[in-house]
Design a protein around this ligand. Sequence first.
Ligand SMILES: *Cc1c(COP(=O)(O)O)cnc(C)c1O
Length: 394
Amino acid sequence: MKVPLLDLKGQYQSIKKEIDEAVQKVIDSQYFIMGPDVAKLEEEISNYLNCQFSVGVSSGTDALLLALMALDIEPGDEIIVPTYSFFATAGIVARLNAKPVFVDIDPITFNIDPKLIEKKITSKTKAIIPVHLYGQSADINPIMQLARKYSLFVVEDAAQAIGTQYKDGRFVGTIGDIGCFSFFPSKNLGGFGDGGIVTTNNPNLEHKLRIMRVHGMEPKYYHKLIGGNFRLDSLQAAILRVKLPHLDKWSDKRRQNAALYTKYFFEAGLAEEGGRLAFDSNNKVLLPQAVYKPNEEQIAQGVLKNYHIYNQFVIRVEKRDELWEYMKKKDIGCEVYYPVPFHRQECFQYLDCKDADYPHSNFAAVNSLALPVYPELSEEQIKFVVDTITKFMK
Ligand SMILES: *Cc1c(COP(=O)(O)O)cnc(C)c1O
């Protein structure tokens, strides 16, 4: 049996007619830049996330870059980021000649550990960028409290978490000053190329984000600010508008797949209930944990459904690289997100970070392995993945 890490063709087939029509409509109009679909998508995303403003942009990376530019981040400013994330989270900070300041992750959630942030705050600190990694919210309340205490901005990197809710039901990306999302094809809401969106509830920031998306231009050919070309294509917006109404159903399927993995790993005796964080004979596989699961009342009310949207299902195992090789031979797609935390990246050696300050990120970098969890995956395929890992463990 073949199990790819992701199968985008299946999803396309299920909505092909609608997508093809939407694309053809844009082509017929020849309105490729800032056409009506961009504004409509922005409105629909704002409604979906229950926030005031959304501004479509060219990628998740550009969403983050534009956010920092709109907040007037300057050379020398310090921006606090988790050391364990996709490169863009730190890359955009360095691109503005600001200084990324790395913080270790919480070992259970893989997200920035709020307890470690305060001691990294200095008089130069301007912002914190929590990442909602793999589709689960970072612990945002204590981060917002610190931000208020020290007058810092919070830019949420929600690239992997569109639709994810924090424990109080709020959608991630709408809690800090600016939320940043990616429509990279492998994200839960993926376009047919690059794309992204920024969200905010602050009208002044919205205005700035909007004009900085088009070179800081307002009115046409008059520039008060320096922005860039950060526009979202009309074609992408049209495709994303077709996909958005399906997003919750797809995220549901991912959660069901995660539950199936958990069930089969328990049955195989590779993991046990109760959330162990250390390897032992009953816990050869450390499963991802959803820490904001709804209580019974919330389930009855149907709120907090998206406590985790499993953009990735990341297990931790001891002989990770050997298992990964084994899975490749068995035609099962797996991936390592991420093998090198920022403090160990060559390009950040000038920051002179102390490796021992980041034990949990270092642990995750060596042990984590993402298994296929996309919505179209079948139960048989999930069982096959667990069976294959079981064979390897024996
Ligand atoms: C994908 C991703 C980004 C960047 O998004 P692009 O659309 O690929 O530029 C940023 N941060 C995180 C955490 C991501 O996963």
